[in-house]
Design a protein around this ligand. Sequence first.
Ligand SMILES: Cc1cc2c(cc1C)N(C[C@H](O)[C@H](O)[C@H](O)COP(=O)(O)OP(=O)(O)OC[C@H]1O[C@@H](n3cnc4c(N)ncnc43)[C@H](O)[C@@H]1O)c1[nH]c(=O)[nH]c(=O)c1N2
Ligand SMILES: CCCCC(=O)C(=O)O
Ligand SMILES: [Mn+2]
Length: 491
Amino acid sequence: MFCRKLPKYLVTLARSYHRTGSKQSLQASIAKVPDNLVKALAGIVGDKNVSTAMAVREQHGRDESYHDCAPPEVVAFAESVEHVSEVLKLCNDAEVPLIPFGSGTGLEGGVNAIRGGVCLDVSKMTNIISVHPEDFDCTVECGVTRNTLNNYLRDTGLWFPIDPGADASLCGMCATSASGTNAVRYGTMRENVMNLEVVLADGRVINTAGKDRRTKKTSAGYNLTNLFVGSEGTLGIITKATLRLHGIPEDTISAVCNFQDVQSAVDTTVQVLQCGIQIARIEFLDEVSVDACNKYSKLDMKVAPSLFLEFTGSPNSLKDQTQLVGDLVKMNNGSDFRWASDIEERNHLWKARHDILYACMALRPGCKPYSTDVCVPISNLPEVIVRSKEEIQKAGVVGPIVGHVGDGNFHVFFPVDQSNPEEVKVVSEVARKMAVLALEFNGTCTGEHGIGMGKRKLLEQEIGEDGLDVMRQIKATFDPKGILNPGKVFF
Ligand SMILES: Cc1cc2c(cc1C)N(C[C@H](O)[C@H](O)[C@H](O)COP(=O)(O)OP(=O)(O)OC[C@H]1O[C@@H](n3cnc4c(N)ncnc43)[C@H](O)[C@@H]1O)c1[nH]c(=O)[nH]c(=O)c1N2
Ligand SMILES: CCCCC(=O)C(=O)O
Ligand SMILES: [Mn+2]
């Protein structure tokens, strides 16, 4: 069991766990941050940037998910890469856990300090370092959020299209390999990051593609950039990202339409993609989600399985695309095709889509979101959604379905009452069955939210024992003392 040299706090943790095998013992053995370490932190980042106040710790001990708050013992705010490097050296030498915090919008408990330690909040590092409009790229510090970047870019005619709905930090988005409604057209963070500045556990600073490199292509050695994309704060702290920018489309039209059943809506999506239509967004909402959206965002859509679509391009190409998609919708017995070309109407529609999490939560006030995130090859999507819906109905729980269907990715948002362990158990079991079903259909348990705490068991099923071993070896190379966000991705 203890084959590798473990840090002190992990030895205590593992021993007490194996003595009693209980969850309580895990919590009891959380590492204490010594007073002198708190003082040393203040020496690095300044007194104003260190806090042990309970309110600040609690605010940093959870994200937007259902996972119980696990506050760090101290929160430090970094203002520069030098701060990040010094703090890491300090924690590494003292063998104290360190959890990076971007903007706390994650959905898998990534920032929860389940083994205590120091939370390093990087949201004060907000410089937009460079924009090269002629090269379609920019470089930002880790605390810059996607809305801040897009507001800054407005006059250049460019934008960064990856859109997880929440106004997340761009390096937090790198850390979770985020995507969202625009991925069908622009890809995910993986396709849109060219270079990263990363501080390693021992304080060394590296640039994953080499300092100041910002090329569209590279064949130079291993792809370190994409090793850090999706690493969830377990391999290093991302302090800068060089990102690809895209031209703002000339014209945009949005539309909604509905179908008699889930299968027809998803079949339409598959056919749209198979026809090679360069759709900008195509989102599925089942009747439960539409109902929630109507109530929360004051829409008046027919309560039926629906698609939200967006087309972009020149006026001529828009005409061709919309005509073809209109025909496909009709072929699948879809109806109520409603266009929204006016910017206010479009914004209202997409705001409603992005607020779906809150709309679903409003179905059961006081509950927290338990979200699934499976992704399968597009041809398997209709069957996987239909069978997932059957599981939800069999379990008798509220489970609206929303999907980035163009990517084969969809979510069920179960609003769960955390104070009811039986309910949490039932929901977890449906979520697990859905993930296993996706794996059987050549899919993944997470298309965009990450593994965090909730999907660690599923990762092993997905990657296999040997694959997971290689991941552990990579972790040990980058973080031999295991201080970086311990307990995330792996147990
Ligand atoms: C309403 C709503 C809707 C959505 C979503 C959230 C919410 C609240 N999300 C999820 C979320 O926005 C996404 O996971 C973000 O990428 C997280 O960015 P934060 O800055 O908030 O990271 P946050 O602070 O939550 O941290 C997330 C993880 O990354 C690590 N981390 C953060 N900053 C780091 C850094 N600089 N270096 C290294 N590690 C770092 C943390 O330690 C943690 O493990 C989502 N996502 C998605 O992909 N598609 C979607 O459709 C949506 N939709
Ligand atoms: C439980 C929230 C999921 C958010 C999300 O990923 C989306 O709205 O697409
Ligand atoms: Mn999503």
